[in-house]
Ligand binder design. Structure first.
Ligand SMILES: Nc1ncnc2c1ncn2[C@@H]1O[C@H](COP(=O)(O)OP(=O)(O)O)[C@@H](O)[C@H]1O
Ligand SMILES: [Mg+2]
Length: 176
């Protein structure tokens, strides 16, 4: 049995005195694909925000490969989150959006160009490098957000909400 990659241990979170997550225990092993399903407001996004480091739990721990990362900021975590709102940079081209994290990491232009090509192919948007994200459909924007996350080679990739059924083909490609 493979070991736990991500492990939420006894997570509790309240907002304004209302308990949203009550002693949540959940783990994900390598290569597992996990979907959180539940009614609106039940705490799915809160769980993902705690995983990503955008929110701290009131109690409990987030472990990554057995290491306590509860207090680690998002940019120090080896995981990427694609949020429901894609937060693409509208003043940048698609290529610049995808390159953003890699530039911060100081990667070479050749490396970045390669990665952009690879990621755009993966999400089925080859040749879109110089377009503006503002002119894309919602689904295409979502795929660009996924491409932007993937080039950083995160171990787990967390997506909110889950990619919809009609994008199953794309998802299958991403996972294969
Ligand atoms: N920053 C916040 N401040 C106050 N309440 C919040 C905050 N974030 C989420 N909530 C509340 O927590 C509950 C769970 O929200 P959320 O995790 O976004 O649910 P889901 O993603 O399952 O629809 C909701 O009632 C929401 O209003
Ligand atoms: Mg949500």
């Amino acid at each position: 049995m493979s070991t736990k990659l991500l492990d939420l241990v006894n997570i509790t979170k309240s907002y304004d005195g209302v308990t949203i997550l009550d002693d949540l225990n959940l783990y994900i092993r390598e290569n597992e694909f996990l979907t959180l399903l539940g009614p609106s407001g039940c705490g799915k996004t809160t769980t993902l925000r705690i995983l990503g480091g955008f929110e701290t739990p009131d109690a409990g721990k987030v472990l990554f490969n057995g290491q306590d990362i509860t207090q680690l900021p998002p940019n120090k975590r080896q995981l990427n989150t694609v949020f429901q709102k894609y937060a693409l940079f509208t003043h940048m081209t698609i290529a610049e959006n995808i390159a953003f994290g890699l530039k911060i990491k100081g990667k070479s232009k050749a490396y970045i160009d390669d990665k952009i090509k690879y990621a755009l192919k993966l999400v089925n948007l080859e040749g879109y490098e110089n377009r503006s994200p503002a002119l894309l459909s919602g689904g295409q924007q979502q795929r660009i957000a996924i491409a932007r996350a993937i080039v950083n080679e995160p171990k787990p990739l967390s997506m909110s909400p889950m990619i919809r059924k009609r994008r199953l083909l794309c998802r299958t490609r991403l996972l294969s």
